[in-house]
Ligand binder design. Structure first.
Ligand SMILES: Cc1cc2nc3c(=O)[nH]c(=O)nc-3n(C[C@H](O)[C@H](O)[C@H](O)COP(=O)(O)O)c2cc1C
Length: 207
């Protein structure tokens, strides 16, 4: 069985605009892909390891090319289990609202936990190399405002950041569906959610 890991970065459950679009994606995806399993990772419920001084020390040990040892190794058990869970997926769906022009802190925390040398990237004589190969990612986001114009795009630090950080890890096949604007009137919101759901259903057949 192949695995789609659904990473959820909104705390709003049934009230979430983002999840209304992701729901349409997943309904079609599950219908079309009987050979895939969908695993949910709710970041607002998940107990992610804090990046304490010891765990950060571990990162520098790995960056220096050495192995983790003793209590550093022990302190990394929860990090490694999050990395292994991430790496076990063949494709990813990230459901995230825009918060302060970027991503919610829970998603940033998750990225800080899993993006580790030797696991997701490594440095070579030619520069950094992403270690994840042949993985697809779909990001479904929703935003209160509308960032589709060239001027407004300058304030969108969400899509460029996610493209860059996962591209750095080797995931370059990334599709975005940005539902916007969600908070500029009910009519616009409804219209945008419906249009985004159509895009999501079409995309779900192409994975
Ligand atoms: C803490 C917080 C910060 C937000 N920051 C922005 C922002 O910078 N730009 C924007 O357009 N909308 C912003 N919003 C609005 C959300 O992006 C928008 O309501 C989104 O649809 C929420 O998605 P959800 O219902 O899936 O949680 C913010 C909302 C919250 C709660």
């Amino acid at each position: 069985m192949k695995k789609l890991l659904h990473i959820i970065a909104t705390p709003r459950g049934d009230e979430s605009s983002t999840l209304k679009v992701s729901g349409a994606f997943l309904d079609t995806f599950k219908n079309k892909h009987a050979d895939w399993v969908v695993e949910e990772l709710g970041l607002t419920k998940e107990e992610l390891p804090d990046l304490t001084m010891k765990r950060v020390d571990g990162k520098y040990v790995l960056l220096s090319g050495k192995d983790l040892y003793g209590d550093l190794k022990e302190s990394w058990e929860d990090i490694i289990s999050q990395i292994e869970r991430f790496m076990s997926a063949d494709a990813y769906l990230i459901s995230t609202p825009m918060w302060n022009f970027s991503i919610p802190y829970t998603l940033k925390h998750y990225i800080d936990v899993i993006v580790q040398p030797r696991y997701l990237f490594r440095y070579t004589a030619q520069g950094p190399e992403g270690l994840l190969k042949n993985k697809k990612m779909v990001v479904i986001s929703s935003r209160g405002g509308d960032y589709s114009s060239a001027e407004a795009k300058k304030a969108d630090f969400q899509e460029p950041y996610l493209r860059f950080v996962f591209g750095f890890c080797g995931i370059t096949d990334i599709e975005f569906i940005n539902a916007e604007p969600m908070n500029m009137g009910e009519e616009l919101q409804k219209k945008s959610i419906a249009a985004s759901q159509d895009k999501a259903k079409a995309l779900a057949t192409q994975i």
